[in-house]
Design a protein around this ligand. Structure first.
Ligand code: F6P
Length: 745
């Protein structure tokens, strides 16, 4: 520790020492005067006593006038302790008799005048002397008998007294200093304890509440509380920026912050689907943003993932507990499959989730359908999954990561069975404004179900605000906007934005050939000229993705800029999804028809500007397409985040390629170096494609670098870590509360 003069210990120590010196300087002359006064009086008394004891003999001797008897008498008396000399001054001022030690320079005339006893000091060769003059009358002779006492011992005594006093003062100062230090240390410890409590509370996010509502405690306490709440708010935004989030750091976080805690994920879509095809079991990784994000997290953390077993060979690959270890080639966690009947799937998945909630939450102008029978299935299936969670729980306080709109009721159902569980629910799709949400006949039940969560996450602050507004409007709840929480029946749910992301580096990139090889391979496979410009779009064939809108933009571009004809191809990889629903089968048919129409308009026998591949694409195939492309287009009409946009950026380690991105996808808030478009504006989207195709390489590189840096930093491990850190803080806060309650009891 570097100690500067500013250090309070040095400052206050120096002040203390100066004060003690001043006191010593002030006290020592006083001590000298007092001790000298006492000693002198002592000598005076002694002198008087001595004189009285010899007075008669001296008077007789002087009265006799016999010098031969006077001088020996004087010499005998002068043998007395501390008596240096004896003498007699007659009335005329002459030293008539004196012992040998009488200082020659002591003159009778120098004595104090008067007729009484007098005392004076005199400096002789022996040092300081006290001269006592006693008047006598011996017959005809009158004069003064002088007794000269040594005062040397007084100096010694004064010095000694001074030393004792100084030592006593120093001792006192040291004692007081120690006492003060002990008191200060005691106070500091109690302040430290108090600060520690405040810091701990602030870490857990309590101080905002405390600083607003709690007026108890000292003003010092309140100041600390409000200071910490400010720091806490700041920290919430900066935390994690410096951490390189990876599977290892995420695992370390779990080990340190949540040691021994069981982690469970619940989602409808399973991360690995086993299908039977031609008698063989095939493994499929579904086209799902949710799976792309959560699977790497589970690989890092381990635990149990509970999901619907939807594959045709799923039942054949589980054990007696419906468990299967995944990933199959390097097991890291357990997949627990839940089986649903066709009726359950129709009502819960296709019906309420995808015909009701999906169009309700996405602005795509598809009317939501709410059927009571679907609702009942939705409630029943949520209960089935909640029961599976309780069954899989090996602790009474696991962390349960609930995924998406399929399980709005599950958090409350689990909370009832596992009240101490930490339930973090993430809503992967947008949350509409309360006017729109209000059309749902079961709006209160849905909000109530979600408020069984400890934390409820959305991709953006905007969607958090929409949820808070809905809770405010439809529930008898308390909304704390500053803290971003909703309290219902005494239970608080934090509502926070956690922008989802992808793993970095993506696993699918490991097996990829260099970009140039991918470009050649994709062009060859699709019978395109080696120098053909390639635009790609890759996603589920969903009406929210704006697939038809981007086809129209390509059509528009080819119409306005016919020079692109023959040179430009748009490959759309579209995974069939929810095809049992009319909106989806209609969309697919419409898409195929539109592609044919555009191809007929701009193509010829060999050239087809739009290649629409409606089938499932494995991650490796998707990444190869990304790497082969000049432009990737994501033109969602409405999207919570859209991870395709992030995957395209991640796939381009050559720092080339341009992303054209819808302003209505959550990803556009982060990827501002993309060319941002309005998918409803066909001409503008066509211009953006034109600009993207012509963008100079150096500009592509600059934009790519910035976006890659952002995704590298804000990867999915950071997403999970932020939620888990918040969950861990809340758990600690609850533990502190529990122990306080226990203590109070
Ligand atoms: O966008 C929400 C979401 O749950 C994604 O996370 C996922 O990609 C998709 O919907 C799931 O689709 P499916 O109905 O095929 O599981």
């Amino acid at each position: 520790m570097e100690i500067s003069v500013q250090h309070p210990l040095i400052k206050y120590g120096a002040i203390g020492i100066a004060a003690i010196l001043l006191i010593i300087l002030a006290v020592t002359p006083l001590v000298t005067a007092v001790v000298e006064g006492w000693s002198r009086r002592d000598v005076e008394v002694r002198s008087r006593l001595l004189f009285r004891s010899i007075e008669d003999r001296v008077v007789n001797a002087i009265g006799s006038g016999d010098a031969s008897s006077i001088t020996p008498l004087f010499e005998r008396v002068a043998g007395d302790d501390r008596l240096v000399a004896l003498g007699f001054c007659d009335k005329a001022g002459t030293m008539r008799y004196a012992t040998k030690q009488m200082p020659p320079n002591l003159k009778c005339g120098g004595l104090p005048p008067g007729n009484g006893v007098a005392f004076t000091t005199f400096r002789g060769p022996q040092g300081r002397l006290l001269v006592s003059a006693f008047p006598i009358s011996a017959g005809a002779t009158e004069g003064r008998v002088l007794l000269l006492h040594d005062m040397h011992f007084i100096d010694a005594r004064t010095r000694q007294a001074r030393t004792y006093v100084i030592l006593a003062l120093l001792g006192l100062a040291a004692g007081l200093g120690l006492l003060a230090a002990a008191i200060v240390q005691g106070l500091t410890r109690s302040w430290q304890r108090s600060m520690k409590t405040h810091i701990e509370e602030a870490r857990l996010g309590q101080s905002l509440v405390a600083s607003r509502g709690d007026t108890s405690g000292s003003s010092f306490d309140r100041e600390i509380q409000s200071l910490l709440s400010e720091l806490n708010a700041e920290r919430h935004y900066t935390e994690g920026i410096k951490v390189e989030w990876s599977p290892t750091t995420l695992r370390t976080l779990l080990e340190e912050e949540l040691p021994g805690t069981q982690v469970m994920v619940v989602s409808n879509r399973e991360p690995y689907i086993h299908n039977r095809s031609n008698g063989e079991i095939e493994l499929q990784i579904p086209a799902s943003g949710l799976v792309a994000a959560v699977e790497p997290v589970m690989r890092a953390c381990g635990g149990t993932w509970i999901a619907h077993g939807s594959g045709s060979a799923d039942q054949d690959t589980v054990d007696a507990h419906d468990h299967v270890s995944v990933p199959p080639n390097a097991p890291a966690y357990t997949l627990r499959r839940v089986w649903l009947t066709d009726d359950e799937q129709d009502g819960y998945y296709y019906g309420f989730a995808n015909e009701g909630l999906w169009p309700l939450c996405h602005i795509a102008f598809i009317r939501p359908v709410f059927r009571e029978s679907d609702w009942h299935q939705y409630v029943a299936v949520n209960q089935r999954f909640a029961d599976a969670v309780v069954q899989e729980a090996t602790q009474d306080d696991p962390i349960i990561l609930v995924q998406d709109y399929h399980f709005a009721l599950l958090p409350r159902m689990v909370r009832e069975k596992l009240p101490r569980a930490t339930i973090v629910t993430f809503w992967h799709i947008p949350w509409p404004n309360s006017e729109t949400f209000g059309i749902c006949p079961w709006r209160e039940e849905i909000i109530d179900g979600l408020l069984g969560s400890t934390i409820l996450g959305f991709h953006t602050q905007f969607h958090c605000n929409n949820f808070l507004e809905a809770a405010d409007r439809f529930m008898e709840s308390r909304i704390d906007r500053e803290r971003a929480s909703v309290t219902l029946s005494g239970m608080e749910t934090l509502v926070r934005p956690y922008p989802i992301s992808i793993e970095w580096p993506p696993a699918a990139l490991e097996t990829q050939a260099p970009v140039e090889a991918c470009r050649i391979a994709v062009r060859q496979r699709n019978n395109l000229p080696p120098d053909a410009f390639l635009i790609v779009g890759i996603e589920r064939f969903d009406y929210t993705k704006g697939i038809l809108d981007r086809m129209r933009a390509v059509d528009d571009l080819l119409t306005r800029e016919p020079s692109w004809k023959g040179r430009l191809v748009f490959i759309q990889a579209a995974a069939p999804t929810r095809s049992r629903l009319e909106q989806y089968s209609d969309l697919q048919a419409e898409g195929v028809a539109l592609a044919d129409e555009i191809n007929a308009r701009h193509g010829d026998g060999t050239y087809r500007p739009i290649l629409l591949n409606v089938r499932h694409h494995a991650p490796e195939e998707v990444y190869e397409l990304f790497r082969a492309a000049d432009v990737c287009i994501v033109s969602s009409l409405h999207d919570g985040m859209n991870l395709v946009a992030k995957e395209f950026i991640a796939s381009r380690d050559d720092e080339q390629g341009v992303l054209v991105l819808s302003s209505f996808a959550g990803a556009s808030r982060e990827l501002s170096e993309a060319l941002i478009v309005n998918p409803y504006d066909t001409a503008a989207m066509a211009s953006a494609l034109h600009r993207a195709l012509l963008m100079p390489k150096h500009e592509q590189r600059e934009r790519m670098r910035l976006m890659r840096e952002l995704i590298r930093e804000r990867n999915v491990y950071r997403w999970a870590a932020t939620m888990l850190m918040d969950a861990s803080r809340l758990r600690k806060r609850e533990r502190i509360r529990d122990s306080r309650l226990e203590f109070a009891r």
